[in-house]
Design a protein around this ligand. Structure first.
Ligand code: ASP
Ligand code: CP
Length: 337
């Protein structure tokens, strides 16, 4: 695809070459993300960061990524602090905001809303999560992480075995990840969820028609026994009618160190898009895994910065200019250590 000026709305818009392109640019962003260098390539550019749903990682890493390229960020969080609370439409909001920004990043609770916004926007729009539909930049950073973690163990994405665990019905990260895996070969995907929260049939079909094998189970331990990646997810409480309904599923697929030691292969990589629900009753990824070197969740979150930097650099067509506008770091770079 031609990234220049394009919206990033769904994983379905990418081909294999596009993913390779994003990851090559992301790798080149590492010295900047690690504060070994700074670049001013986007000096004067403004990113509008519009988050109408709770977020820590996506919102802040989009902002950091844009700042690290030298641009400025203007932000709206929550409906109540935007004029949508006064009845303004997404169309009008997009017309107005795109006059103030060079690129807009957006999260919204309704599936399809970011695409609707993009249609009215005069600048590229990047989807930071639209309801339970998609979270494309998360899938990109997940795959970037999977590639790196497996490469460090001498393996590749083709032929790998991946378990997705938890709320596969409402979890948009796994929806986007399934679509992304379709660009690779011969993967075994093990789907583990309560049957009420199973992966939508059309996504299972998409995986199978791409040549992957898929197994579906409600049993955690057998499903994580022979996998390279165990990708756990949170029960998406905000998509349920009530907290009580979400409570029915909490703790059903608890992964902790003793389960890992007993059932997983020694090098199985543990991933989670985060946030993990650390309340006692949630217990999806126990904190006793924090010392396990195969717990990749914080490396995964860190990777969000370089992947988002790469997307900005490609969409605003400055990937080839980043180093030309590089400078030395003048402060003590704690993050690079
Ligand atoms: N942060 C991810 C998302 O917004 C996963 C989650 O919230 O559970 O989709
Ligand atoms: N992974 C992710 O999207 O995290 P946030 O909800 O905190 O942005």
């Amino acid at each position: 695809m031609d990234f220049k000026g394009s919206h990033i709305l769904s994983i379905q818009q990418f081909e294999q070459d596009d993913i390779d392109n994003i990851f090559t640019v992301a790798d080149a962003m590492l010295p900047y993300a690690r504060r070994q260098k700074v670049t001013r390539v986007l000096e004067g550019a403004i990113m509008g960061n519009m988050f109408f749903e709770a977020s820590t990682r996506t919102r802040v890493s989009f902002g950091s990524a844009f700042n690290l390229l030298g641009g400025d960020v203007r932000e709206t969080t929550g409906f109540e602090s935007s004029a949508i609370a006064k009845g303004e439409s997404l169309y009008d909001t997009a017309r107005v905001l795109s006059g103030y920004s060079d690129v807009v990043c957006m999260r919204h609770p309704k599936a399809g809303s970011v695409a609707e916004f993009a249609e009215a926007s005069r600048v590229p729009v990047i989807n930071g999560g639209d309801g339970s539909n998609e979270h494309p930049t998360q899938a990109l950073l997940d795959l970037y992480t999977i590639r790196k973690e497996l490469a460090s163990k001498g393996r590749g994405v083709d032929g790998s075995r991946i378990a997705m665990i938890g709320d596969l019905k409402f979890g948009r990260t796994v929806h986007s990840l399934c679509k992304l895996l379709c660009l690779y070969k011969n993967i075994h995907v093990s789907l583990v969820s309560p049957k009420e929260l199973s992966m939508p049939d059309e996504l299972i079909e998409t995986l199978r028609s791409s040549g992957h094998t898929v197994s579906v189970s409600e049993e955690l331990t057998a499903s994580i026994a022979n996998v390279d990646i165990a990708y756990s997810t949170r029960i998406q409480e905000e998509r349920f009618q009530s907290r009580e309904e979400a409570d029915l599923y909490r703790g059903r697929f608890r992964l902790n160190q003793s389960i890992y030691t007993e059932f997983c292969e020694p090098n199985t990589v543990i991933m989670h898009p985060l946030p993990r629900d650390s309340r006692a009753e949630a217990n999806e990824l126990d904190v006793d895994l924090d010392k396990n070197p195969n717990l990749a969740i914080f490396r995964q979150a860190d990777n969000g910065v370089v992947v988002r930097m790469a997307l900005f650099a490609l969409v605003l067509d400055v990937a080839h200019l980043v180093d030309q506008y590089a400078q030395d770091v003048r402060w003590f770079p704690g993050i690079g250590r």
